[in-house]
Ligand binder design. Structure first.
Ligand SMILES: NC(=O)c1ccc[n+]([C@@H]2O[C@H](COP(=O)([O-])OP(=O)(O)OC[C@H]3O[C@@H](n4cnc5c(N)ncnc54)[C@H](O)[C@@H]3O)[C@@H](O)[C@H]2O)c1
Length: 462
C-alpha cells in the first residue's frame, strides 16, 4: 500500500521504516527540512538500535523515500500516518498545534478517499477534532476516515517492538478504515515478514501473533493514556517502596523481586531510581491528569504518581549533598545523560535535571553518555565538561554518579576509575549494581532503597 508518514522523529521514522520492511511503499515527510536532507544523505537524526539497517534496506528496495514536499507525499498516499510531536504546554496539556497543522496540510492537498491515522499520543476526542478540520478545510474535495493507532514502542527497542508487539490497537468508526488498517498490519499479524531486529523470518525469531484490538476512536485514544499512566504508576510505586526500604533498613531489590514474581503484577518497571523521564511518561501523565479534569474527574491517584516522580531527582541531589557535605568546588563524575539506556533522547531526562541542579549548587560536573553527548551539549552548553569515554569522568572526582542504566557502565574499569578519583564514592541512581559488587574494587557504594551502606571501603591493594 502507498503510505505517508508525517513527522520523521522517533515514532515516525521507526514506524515508516518498519512499514516499508513489511512491504509497503512509504514516503516520510517532516517540517524540519534539515532532517529530511540528512535522511536523504543516509544519515539518521536519532539513535535507535537496528534502525539504520532497516532504513537502508527500505531505501535500497525503493520502498522508503523521504521528501520535504509534504504536498506531494500526501497527494500520492492512500493512508497517512500523523506522527508529529505533542509536547506539553505550560499547563501540562498536550500541545496539538503540530497535529492540527498536519491535518490542515492533508485537507489542503489530498483529493478523493484517504485514511488519516493518528499515531501521535493525543487527548481523547482528538479524532473528532481531526475530522472537523479535514471536513472544513478540504471544501468537499476529500472523502476520508480518521483512525487512531496509538504507538507503544519503547525507544531503544522500537524496531523490535514493531515486529513483536503485544497488541496492535486501532480505533476507527468505519468498516472501511478498520479493514484497511488490518490489511496494513497483516504481515505482522500473520508472521509474514523478515524481522528487522533479528534479520530472520518471523518463524525463526520468537514471533507470536499479537492481539488485534479494534475499538472505537475514543477508546483507542484512552488505551494509550491509560497504559502509559499505569506504567508510570508502577515506577512511582517501586520508588515509594524503595523509600520505605531505606527507612526500614530493607533491600528494595529483594522486596521488588519478590513482588514482581507475582504474575498478576509482573517484574517490569519495578526498578527504583531517579524517576522516569523522556518524551512519553511525564508529558502523557500530566496530559491525562488535565484531560481527566476537563472531563470532570480529579485523578488524584496520578497526581501522587507525578509528585513521587518529581521528588526522585530532588532526593538524589540531597543524597549527593549529604555524602559530600559542601558542593561548591567539588568535582562530580556523571555516567549517563539520556533519559534511559538505549537512546540518545534527553527530553525530560532525570539525569539532566540532576546535572543542572548540581551545577546550580556549585559542583563541577564531568559527564559521559554513550549516545547522548551531542544532544546534551546542545542543551547544557559549557556548563559541564564533556568526556570522551566513561573512565574520564573519574578524573579528580569526589564522587561518580550513575544516572542512566547503560549496561556498558557495568563493564568499565572500576578499579582504574577508583585510582583516578580523589574520593572513592559511587552514588548509583539507577541500581545498576548490587551492594557488594563495587566495594570489592575499593569503592564506597550507595544505591537506591538499599540497606544502610557499608562504610570504610578498603583501599586498593598497593
Ligand atoms: N518517542 C516515543 O517513544 C513515543 C512512543 C509512543 C508514542 N509517542 C508519541 O508519538 C508522537 C511523536 O513522538 P516522537 O518521539 O517521534 O517525537 P519527535 O519530536 O521525535 O518527532 C516528531 C517529528 O514531527 C515533526 N513535525 C512537527 N510538526 C510537523 C508538521 N506540522 N509537519 C511535519 N512534521 C512535523 C518534527 O520536526 C519531528 O521530526 C508524540 O505524540 C509522542 O507522545 C512517542
Amino acid at each position: 500500500m502507498k503510505l505517508c508518514v508525517i513527522g520523521t522523529g522517533y515514532v515516525g521514522l521507526t514506524t515508516g521504516a518498519c512499514l516499508a520492511a513489511i512491504g509497503h511503499e512509504v514516503v516520510g515527510t517532516d517540517s524540519e527540512a534539515a532532517k529530511i536532507a540528512a535522511l536523504k544523505r543516509g544519515q539518521l537524526p536519532i539513535f535507535e538500535e537496528r534502525l539504520p539497517e532497516v532504513v537502508a534496506a527500505g531505501v535500497a528496495a525503493g520502498r522508503l523515500t523521504f521528501t520535504s514536499d509534504a504536498r506531494a507525499a500526501i497527494a500520492a498516499a492512500e493512508t497517512i500516518f500523523i506522527c508529529v510531536g505533542t509536547p506539553p504546554d505550560a499547563d501540562g496539556k498536550a500541545n496539538l498545534a503540530a497535529v492540527e497543522a498536519a491535518a490542515r496540510q492533508i485537507a489542503a492537498c489530498a483529493q478523493g478517499y484517504r485514511l488519516v491515522v493518528g499515531k501521535s499520543t493525543v487527548p481523547v476526542h482528538t479524532g473528532d477534532q481531526l475530522k472537523r478540520v479535514l471536513a472544513t478545510q478540504s471544501h468537499g474535495r476529500l472523502e476520508f476516515d480518521v483512525a487512531s493507532n496509538p504507538e507503544f514502542l519503547r525507544e531503544g527497542s522500537g524496531v523490535y517492538d514493531f515486529f513483536h508487539p503485544d497488541r496492535i490497537v486501532t480505533g476507527s468508526d468505519s468498516e472501511r478504515a478498520a479493514k484497511r488498517l488490518r490489511a496494513i498490519y497483516a504481515p505482522v499479524l500473520e508472521g509474514a515478514f523478515t524481522c528487522g531486529w533479528h534479520r530472520q523470518p518471523a518463524a525463526m525469531c520468537g514471533w507470536k501473533p499479537p492481539a488485534w484490538v479494534a475499538t472505537g476512536i475514543t477508546s483507542a485514544e484512552l488505551i494509550k493514556h491509560a497504559s502509559n499512566s499505569f506504567l508510570s504508576m508502577k515506577i512511582s510505586y517501586a520508588n515509594a517502596i524503595a523509600d520505605i526500604c531505606e527507612l526500614a533498613d530493607a533491600d528494595a531489590g529483594e522486596v521488588l523481586h519478590g513482588l514482581g514474581l507475582d504474575r498478576r503484577i509482573g517484574s517490569d518497571f519495578l526498578r527504583p531510581g531517579i524517576g522516569f523521564g523522556g518524551f512519553c511518561f511525564p508529558k502523557d501523565l500530566s496530559a491525562f491528569i488535565e484531560m481527566s479534569a476537563e472531563l470532570g474527574y480529579d485523578f488524584r491517584l496520578l497526581r501522587e504518581v507525578q509528585r513521587v516522580n518529581t521528588r526522585r531527582t530532588e532526593q538524589f541531589v540531597r543524597k549527593v549533598r549529604e555524602a559530600l557535605w559542601v558542593l561548591p568546588g567539588k568535582t562530580l563524575g556523571v555516567l549517563g545523560l539520556a533519559f534511559k539506556a538505549g537512546t540518545d533522547d534527553i527530553r525530560l531526562s532525570p539525569a539532566l535535571k540532576v546535572v543542572r541542579e548540581l551545577v546550580r549548587l556549585g559542583a563541577r560536573v564531568r559527564a559521559y553518555d554513550p549516545q547522548a553527548m551531542e544532544r546534551a551539549r546542545a542543551e547544557l552548553g559549557g556548563s559541564i565538561h564533556y568526556c570522551g569515554q566513561a573512565e574520564e569522568v573519574a578524573d579528580g572526582a569526589d564522587a561518580v554518579l550513575i544516572l542512566t542504566e547503560w549496561p556498558q557502565f557495568r563493564r568499565v574499569d572500576w578499579a582504574g576509575m577508583r585510582a583516578r578519583m580523589s574520593h572513592p564514592l559511587v552514588l548509583d541512581g539507577r541500581n545498576l549494581f548490587v551492594p557488594g559488587e563495587l566495594e570489592g574494587q575499593g569503592l564506597e557504594y550507595h544505591g537506591i532503597g538499599r540497606r544502610a551502606p557499608r562504610r570504610a571501603a578498603a583501599p586498593l591493594a598497593a
